[in-house]
Structures are given as structure tokens and as C-alpha cells.
Design a protein around this ligand. Structure first.
Ligand code: HEC
Ligand code: HEC
Ligand code: HEC
Ligand code: HEC
Length: 209
């Protein structure tokens, strides 16, 4: 990505320098090499301004397009996107995370669930081929965990979901995110809401083991 941008910038810069230096007739470069270098020297202020402008534009493009990827979470074994599935396609969270209100482990859907759709939807997509590989070899997909509570903290979704605490209150904008970012929950976050909602504050009994 960066390499393409940098080489494109350099290339445009070179072409522009030639065009400006030859007043739009690049072929004269071949005949009058000396006078061209003289023109470049004559026009150095304009050329410098032009090139800094181009570099600024390239930098802007770089930060605008490349940076979000740097900011994204860990690369997952399959390029799964919540923004696409839960956002654009409006698939319910519970369709995939079915046990979220019933088990301590809401669970990441097994690949069978993906294939329920992807046997029919874009079945030949290279990322979907990976699903088949995991399925055929009966290997659980090695998804990387991203939400953490400190060790020895017992967290259970059930009580929260019964009280209709929304997923996004704790997990943020999942529907708008392609690659989930690592997040470490702090005790203060739990306590603050428990205080406000008058939920259990007896830490040792309820949260820590
Ligand atoms: C309810 C149906 C459904 C389920 C279940 C489902 N998907 Fe999808 N998925 C879609 C649709 C619809 C698209 C968009 C297809 C298109 O681009 O035409 C898609 C697209 C994708 C893509 C391609 C994205 C891209 O860059 O083009 C990947 C990869 C993917 N899904 C992975 C998964 C994985 C992994 C699972 C299981 C955890 C899964 N999907 C479960 C419906 C589903
Ligand atoms: C099509 C299936 C699908 C849907 C719909 C879906 N998820 Fe997921 N979810 C996954 C998969 C696969 C992973 C593991 C890969 C990853 O982290 O992106 C995951 C991971 C997560 C995680 C991270 C768990 C961890 O610590 O690793 C959270 C939190 C989560 N989903 C919440 C949600 C919420 C909230 C919604 C609804 C807005 C939702 N999901 C909708 C399939 C789905
Ligand atoms: C009160 C805060 C809270 C709410 C509300 C909440 N979660 Fe979570 N969720 C957590 C915490 C904390 C963890 C990490 C638990 C752990 O690591 O033991 C987690 C972990 C997860 C995981 C990963 C579990 C795993 O097995 O790795 C998924 C998936 C998930 N949540 C989905 C959801 C969905 C879907 C909803 C809404 C229906 C939801 N959560 C609502 C706090 C919450
Ligand atoms: C947005 C509000 C909110 C946040 C954030 C929140 N909780 Fe809760 N929690 C509740 C509510 C409300 C209840 C009470 C449910 C009930 O009365 O059944 C509850 C209940 C609990 C219980 C059961 C307590 C009991 O009575 O046995 C535990 C354990 C718990 N929360 C742990 C956590 C942990 C750990 C975190 C942080 C990762 C957290 N909660 C974050 C609102 C929240």
C-alpha cells in the first residue's frame, strides 16, 4: 500500500517536472537537455511548491486510507466483518452468538453456521474456501479473542441481557467495525454502572473468585 503510493507520487512528480521544465513538450528534453536543466533551475520555486503540494496530498491520502488498517484489531484467520454481517446485512447478533444469554461463554459461531449461508452465498470466495478447509479438517477456527476482563473476574452475560443492557453499552460499535479491536475492561467500568443501576457491588461475592 505505502510502496504503491510512494512510487505513484514519485512518478507523477517526475512527469510533472518534465512537463513543466519542457513547457508541455517533453520531447524537447531529448534535444535540449542542457536548456531543460536550466529551466528547472529557473523555475525551482514553482517546482518546489508543486512538489511539496503533491507530497502533502499523498500524505493525506496515506493517513486517510491506510491508517484505519493500522488502527484495526488483530488479523483474524478468516477476514470476517461485523460491519458487513451485523451492519449492512442486519444479521442478528444472537443468530451467531446464540448462547450469549444462556452460557458463561457466548461463543463464537462454529464454521457450520457460516456455511449455512456461504454454501450458497459467494461459495467460491477465497475466504469462504478457508471455511471449507476448517470444516473438512474438523479444525475449530482459531479466532483471536479481543475482549478481556482481568483474570479472576467472573463475568456472565445472562443477568445483564435479562436487564436489557445492550451489547453496544459494553462492546461499542460492533456493527460499524470490520476488524474488532482489543479491549480490556477495567473494573471502574463495571462498578460505575453497577452503582448507577444499584446492581450488586459486593465484588468478592459476585465478580471475583
Ligand atoms: C445469514 C447469512 C450469513 C452468515 C450466517 C454468514 N455470512 Fe458471511 N456473508 C453473508 C453475505 C450476504 C455476504 C455478502 C456477500 C456478497 O458480497 O455478495 C457475506 C460475505 C462474507 C465474506 C466476504 C467479505 C468480502 O470481503 O467480500 C466473508 C469472508 C464472510 N462473509 C465470512 C463469514 C464467516 C466467517 C461467517 C461465519 C462466522 C459468515 N460469513 C456467516 C451472509 C452470511
Ligand atoms: C454472521 C455471524 C456473526 C454475527 C451476526 C455477529 N457476530 Fe460477533 N463474532 C462472529 C465471529 C466469527 C467472531 C470472531 C471473529 C472476530 O472477532 O471478528 C465474533 C466475535 C465477536 C466478539 C468478540 C469476542 C472476543 O472477545 O473475541 C464480540 C464482542 C461480538 N462478536 C459481538 C457481536 C455483536 C454485539 C453482534 C451484533 C451487533 C455480533 N457479534 C454479530 C460472528 C458474528
Ligand atoms: C455488561 C457488559 C456486556 C454486555 C451488555 C454484553 N457483553 Fe459481551 N462481553 C462482556 C465482557 C466483559 C466479555 C469478556 C468476558 C470474558 O472474557 O470472560 C464479553 C465477551 C463477549 C464475547 C466473547 C466470548 C468468548 O467466548 O470469547 C461475545 C461473543 C460477546 N461478548 C457477545 C455479546 C453480545 C452478542 C451481546 C449482546 C446480546 C453482549 N456481548 C453484551 C461484556 C458485555
Ligand atoms: C451498563 C451497566 C452494567 C455494566 C457496564 C456492567 N454491569 Fe454487571 N450488572 C448490571 C445490572 C443491571 C445487574 C443486575 C442484574 C440483576 O439484577 O439481575 C448486573 C449484575 C451483575 C452480576 C450478578 C450480580 C449478582 O447479583 O449476583 C455480576 C457478577 C456482574 N454484573 C458483573 C459485571 C462485571 C464483571 C462487569 C464489567 C466487566 C459488569 N458487570 C458490567 C449492569 C451492568
Amino acid at each position: 500500500m505505502e510502496i504503491i503510493l510512494i512510487s505513484l507520487t514519485l512518478l507523477t512528480l517526475a512527469i510533472l517536472m518534465i512537463l513543466v521544465g519542457t513547457k508541455g513538450k517533453p520531447l524537447t528534453l531529448v534535444y535540449h537537455f542542457n536548456s531543460v536543466t536550466a529551466r528547472i533551475v529557473d523555475n525551482k520555486v514553482q517546482l518546489l511548491t508543486l512538489s511539496s503540494l503533491i507530497i502533502l496530498l499523498a500524505l493525506f491520502a496515506y493517513f486517510y486510507y491506510a491508517m484505519p488498517h493500522v488502527d484495526a484489531g488483530p488479523v483474524q484467520p478468516i477476514a470476517f466483518s461485523h460491519r458487513l454481517h451485523a451492519g449492512d446485512k442486519q444479521i442478528d447478533c444472537r443468530f451467531c452468538h446464540s448462547y450469549v444469554d444462556r452460557s458463561i461463554h457466548p461463543g463464537i459461531p462454529p464454521v457450520e453456521k457460516c456455511l449455512y449461508c456461504h454454501n450458497f452465498i459467494i461459495p467460491k470466495h477465497p475466504e469462504i474456501k478457508k471455511e471449507h478447509d476448517y470444516f473438512d479438517t474438523k479444525t475449530p477456527t482459531p479466532w483471536k479473542k479481543v475482549f478481556y476482563v482481568p483474570e479472576h473476574v467472573m463475568f456472565n452475560h445472562e443477568r445483564h441481557i435479562k436487564k436489557e443492557v445492550q451489547c453496544e453499552t459494553c462492546h461499542g460499535d460492533i456493527e460499524g467495525t470490520d476488524r474488532l479491536k482489543r479491549h480490556d475492561f477495567k473494573m471502574g467500568f463495571c462498578i460505575e454502572c453497577h452503582r448507577k443501576e444499584k446492581a450488586n457491588l459486593d465484588c468478592w461475592l459476585s465478580c471475583h473468585n
